[in-house]
Write a protein that binds this ligand. Structure first.
Ligand SMILES: Nc1nc(=O)c2c([nH]1)NC[C@@H]1CN(c3ccc(C(=O)N[C@@H](CCC(=O)O)C(=O)O)cc3)CN21
Ligand SMILES: CC(C)C(=O)C(=O)O
Ligand SMILES: [Mg+2]
Length: 279
């Protein structure tokens, strides 16, 4: 594509400016073909570390590595043209120190060419978020249910039911915003808390299992289209059942191969079609 025909991607400042306006539409993407199909319809594509569970069959996201995120981030950048692409920093790549976080996030920015990175954390991560944003790396926060903390948080559950937990999440939201995050994902909280966080912080909130009051919504694409069957979180709405289509197509293919209906001669090389000089 020529330079003059190249369209610009939605930028981090544009996402930041959507606070209180038209809801930010976001979905996950892990591969080039999926990114290409979603690109025209979303504002933000997240290369989520949920890929460990969705693509690789892991029980949690804790086993996902930086190399995996970079490889899938590159694929999503190749497949998309318009969306703002953000890459999840995986467990272990940013918690140790703000310096380690910067080094690993800079590697993601350089190797992937994405618009920014996402990190799970609240007050305890604020210094790191400030360190990165001050040095040119846009950060999308992630508070509430933080899947990388599943081993200390008591499993995948709703957050903010207890008063002290809700108060902590509100402090986390304020700390993440004050540290310079351009927006934050709020996951798996009770609805009134996500609403209150959205009303309180000056940056967009992007909800998942949170509230319709959030400034945007995100879901895992495979959950939305019925391609992930291991579990169905309460907060998912299925817009298609592509898994059924995939299974049905596979059954038809298997039947055709076993009955020698596939391949037909039209699928074979060096076979003259009647009335043709080609193939
Ligand atoms: N495919 C997929 N979708 C997601 O939304 C998602 C991931 N993977 N992986 C990373 C995190 C983990 N998340 C999860 C994981 C499990 C539940 C879940 O099992 N929820 C059940 C309740 C579980 C229970 O009662 O113990 C639910 O009904 O919502 C929810 C969110 C959200 N994220
Ligand atoms: C569900 C979103 C917010 C996420 O972090 C992921 O897909 O990894
Ligand atoms: Mg994630």
């Amino acid at each position: 594509m020529s330079v003059s025909h190249r369209q610009k991607r939605i930028s981090v400042p544009q996402i930041r400016a959507m606070k209180g306006a038209t809801p930010i539409v976001s979905l996950t993407a892990y591969t080039a073909p999926t990114a290409a199909l979603l690109d025209d319809h979303v504002d933000l594509l997240l290369v989520g570390d949920s890929l460990g569970m969705v693509l690789y069959g892991m029980e949690t996201t804790v086993g996902v590595t930086l190399d995996m995120m970079i490889a899938h981030g590159q694929a999503v950048m190749r497949g998309s043209q318009r969306a703002c692409v953000i890459v999840d920093m995986p467990f272990g790549s940013y918690q140790e120190s703000k310096e380690t976080a910067f080094r690993n996030a800079a590697r993601v920015m350089q190797d992937v060419g994405c618009a920014g990175v996402k990190m799970e954390g609240g007050e305890e991560l604020a210094e790191t978020i400030a360190f990165l944003t001050a040095r040119g790396i846009p950060v999308l926060g992630h508070i509430g249910l933080m899947p990388q903390s599943v081993n200390t948080a008591g499993g995948f559950r709703a957050f903010g039911r207890a008063e002290d937990e809700a108060a902590q999440i509100l402090r986390d939201a304020n700390a993440v915003a004050a540290a310079g995050a351009f927006a934050m994902v709020i996951e798996g909280t009770i609805e009134p808390l996500a609403r209150k966080v959205t009303e309180t912080v000056p940056i967009p909130t992007i909800g998942i299992g949170a509230s319709p009051a959030c400034d945007g919504q995100i879901l895992v694409t495979e959950d939305v289209v019925g391609l992930f069957a291991a579990f169905k979180p309460k907060f998912v709405r299925r817009y298609a059942e592509l898994g059924n289509g995939l299974a049905a197509a596979t059954r038809s293919y298997a039947d055709d191969v076993r009955a020698r209906r596939f391949p037909a001669l039209e699928h074979c090389f060096g076979v003259k079609a009647p009335g043709s000089t080609a193939s």
